[in-house]
Design a protein around this ligand. Structure first.
Ligand SMILES: O=C[C@H](O)[C@H](O)[C@H](O)COP(=O)(O)O
Length: 288
């Protein structure tokens, strides 16, 4: 029997779709050459919105819109929509991705994100950092004051051979319950990413934001209390870690102003709300 849809699910899906269309309206246009497409259930609506936009506003003659996937599933969504995929490593050397659209598992007030709930984070970060701007699409459940409020743990992509030593280091950093992510049904064993790596989910205390630290809080990990940037940097130092699912630091606009290419943080997050509205948090409006 097909699973029953609950009204809650319908509301969440409607919120995702509404946010995706609004993000598409404000950040996609048919003259773009390279557009990044993230992973997960929300981005499916982002691709739908782009497809609709292209139907109404076809690209100029002889112009191709190329879509850069962030993994196997993302490529499938692009192809099924009849859009043209281009692998990240086939991008022309000097080319930047104009915009990338992606979801998130949790977003804090300063637009730091947790990503990787669906085991995609490494390629998402690659694409975000090669994009002039990352635009995030999410529903109301993801909007929180600080990270690790509702979402329980930080996804970390690790080399299979290093899983036990990474778990041991995470314990020392204040995450005694960090766990290797395993299949829950149908198959036993660890989940593998698009890089054939494993995912460890590491719970920590609710994270402080960079603004908390600027205002004098200590997020250095003493007593297990970390801030986003210190924890991300510390986890990244563990040998065997490929990437950590914390997207923080500069956004694309800030990176380019500093003479760099792109940043990990979104320039804007579109939250589909329970009441059917879309709430937009824009980086430029956030108090530094
Ligand atoms: O690993 C998956 C990605 O980081 C997703 O973008 C994230 O988990 C959000 O997924 P969803 O849109 O399904 O909530």
């Amino acid at each position: 029997m097909a699973p029953q849809k609950s009204p809650d699910n319908d509301r969440i899906e409607a919120a995702k779709r509404k946010a995706a269309y609004r993000a598409g309206e404000e950040h996609f246009d048919s003259s773009m050459r390279f557009v990044g497409i993230g992973s997960g259930s929300t981005i499916v609506y982002g691709v739908e919105a782009i497809k609709e936009h292209l139907k109404k506003n076809p690209p100029p003659p002889n112009h191709m819109n190329w879509f850069v996937p962030t993994g196997w599933n993302s490529r499938k969504v692009i192809e099924e929509a009849g859009l043209l995929p281009i692998a990240f490593d086939s991008l022309p050397r000097e080319a930047m991705i104009e915009v990338c659209f992606d979801g998130a598992d949790e977003v804090d007030e300063e637009l730091n994100c947790i990503k990787g709930g669906g085991a995609c984070l490494f390629q998402e970060k690659l694409v975000a950092c090669r994009s002039k701007k990352f635009v995030c699409i999410a529903d109301y459940r993801k909007q929180q004051k600080r990270l690790l409020t509702n979402w329980p743990s930080i996804p970390i992509e690790v080399a299979p051979i290093a899983r036990a030593s990474v778990l041991r280091e995470l314990k020392l950093l204040g995450s005694p319950d960090a766990k290797l992510r395993e299949h829950s049904v149908a198959k036993s064993g660890p989940i593998q990413t698009d890089q054939s790596f494993y995912i460890i989910d590491a719970p920590f205390k609710t994270l402080l934001s960079p603004l908390d630290v600027k205002n004098g809080s200590d997020g250095s990990g003493k007593d297990g209390q970390w801030d986003v940037e210190a924890l991300a940097a510390r986890i990244k130092m563990i040998s065997g870690v490929l990437e950590v699912g914390l997207f923080h630091g500069m956004n694309g606009d800030e990176a380019q102003a500093a003479g760099l290419q792109g940043g990990q943080k979104p320039v804007a997050v579109y939250f589909g709300m329970e009441d059917g509205e879309v709430s937009v948090s824009r980086a430029e409006e956030i108090k530094k």
